[in-house]
Design a protein around this ligand. Structure first.
Ligand code: TYC
Length: 107
């Protein structure tokens, strides 16, 4: 920064106040999709294990997916949502189930 020339010969530095431009980060919902083959019990356990839900909540989410075709298991920052999707897909693949899960921006 260039010091301003003062009439009295002194230097001064002028600091401008700049409005903050920070926005809250985009959040992502992890959406699980229904299929005809993955056992309900497997879905309930996956929701408990990877989304930190108790058994009752996990069962309600699973039934919503079963009836509506899809359902939100949780909302996270982009990297965390992406990790959850990977964890669910890996567990499903290892168990031989076709369970699908995606993350999508909220709103
Ligand atoms: N529709 C499956 C069944 O009847 C259960 C199921 C629920 C599968 C949720 C996937 O994301 C899912 N066995």
């Amino acid at each position: 920064m260039v010091p301003a020339q003062q009439p009295g010969g002194g230097d001064s530095v002028v600091l401008e106040r700049v409005p903050l431009k920070v926005k809250p980060p985009q959040m992502y919902q992890v959406v699980m999709l229904n299929d005809d083959y993955t056992p309900m019990e497997f879905v309930v356990v996956v929701i408990q294990e990877f989304f930190g839900k108790d058994r009752e909540t996990a069962t309600q989410i699973m039934l919503k997916i079963h009836l509506d075709g899809k359902g939100v298991c949780g909302v996270y920052s982009r990297d965390v949502a992406s990790t959850k999707v990977d964890q669910v897909m890996d567990a499903a693949r290892e168990a031989g189930h076709p369970l699908q899960c995606v993350s999508e921006p909220v709103e």
